[in-house]
Design a protein around this ligand. Structure first.
Ligand SMILES: Nc1nc2c(ncn2[C@@H]2O[C@H](COP(=O)(O)OP(=O)(O)O)[C@@H](O)[C@H]2O)c(=O)[nH]1
Ligand SMILES: [Mg+2]
Length: 287
């Protein structure tokens, strides 16, 4: 395997890009009472950006564990229980089918308090790329997507859309992914929050293979019809590539194409519903 040297960006350091994104969000926050922080339910921890905590201050927040359809029920339940135990209003959702979205609205209403007379509750969506911010916005705003327009004294040119009795800022706030360490960046690449230009797909696929083998043993063998693979992740990737005809000149396996296959299948949920990390709470006693 090619040795990878990764330049850590935005981890502990506040880069200019990160600071600008946070400043934009801070500015928009003034206009809302509630924030819907969207994360990917497959990596609820790694897909958050902890800088948001500082920017939010005491603002009410709902933590939407989106793409809940792609994770196992048990893992999801444990994550929700753990986060709620920490006082976070965590709500699982599937922004494509709309499952859980009503509850997001209900909790936003409850958390946002009662706005002043004549005003509706205003909220905004934030999150790192590809977690489903736009999908959730469309779901919440419904098909019509009628803009409610600027409201004097409240919006100053911002566009709002109606979501039930809530007013949502029309543009979600994009948080840069938080690159805590190499494993975190690999997970972010797996869910396509970080692109292949920043983290090679092949390395992401190898990390994914290791995670799958640890968390859902035999899943890869079953799905791709492989012999039992006990070797390194690279050997599994090569077996998948051979199986799927990802061949380069001379009959060698094209590892890059094989990586693309594994990542695509995982992202589509074909390799099983699975969380890729555990909540920072002890597993419940199952006696
Ligand atoms: N399976 C699944 N896919 C989703 C869900 N929400 C969004 N997506 C898909 O994830 C991709 C990114 O969604 P998008 O809303 O553009 O994310 P954004 O970058 O955060 O605005 C799109 O292909 C969506 O169809 C979900 O709850 N489940
Ligand atoms: Mg979007």
């Amino acid at each position: 395997m090619r040795r990878l040297r990764m330049r850590e960006r935005g981890g502990g350091v506040l880069t200019g890009h990160m600071a600008r994104a946070l400043a934009d969000i801070r500015e928009n926050l003034k206009a809302v009472q509630v924030v819907l922080e969207v994360v990917d339910a497959r990596i609820p921890w790694t897909s958050r950006n902890p800088h948001l905590n500082r920017v939010l201050g005491g603002k009410a927040r709902i933590l939407v564990l989106n793409k809940a359809d792609l994770v196992d029920e048990d893992g999801l339940r444990r994550w929700v229980a753990c986060l709620r135990g920490q006082g976070l209003a965590a709500v699982p959702a599937d922004a494509v089918t709309g499952r859980g979205v009503e509850r997001v609205l209900a909790e936003a209403r409850a958390a946002g308090g009662r706005p002043a007379v004549e005003q509706s509750l205003r909220a905004m969506i934030v999150g790192i790329p590809n977690v489903g911010k736009s999908s959730l916005l469309n779901r919440l705003a419904g098909g019509a997507r009628a803009r409610t327009g600027a409201r004097p004294g409240v919006t100053r040119g911002k566009q709002w859309v109606r979501a039930g009795d809530l007013h949502l800022l029309d543009l979600p706030g994009v948080l840069p992914p938080y690159l805590r360490n190499r494993q975190a960046v690999a997970k972010l690449a797996i869910i396509a929050a970080v692109g292949p230009e920043s983290f090679p797909a092949e390395v992401a696929a190898l990390v994914l293979i290791d995670l799958l083998r640890e968390r859902a043993p035999r899943q890869l063998e079953l799905f791709y019809g492989l012999e039992s693979e006990s070797g390194e992740a690279a050997a599994v990737l090569e077996a998948v590539g051979r199986r799927r005809g990802c061949l380069a000149a001379g009959g060698r396996v094209d590892a890059g194409r094989a990586a693309g296959v594994v990542l695509k299948d995982f992202r589509a949920g074909k390799l099983g519903r699975l969380t890729l990390e555990d909540p920072p709470c002890a597993a419940p006693n199952r006696s």
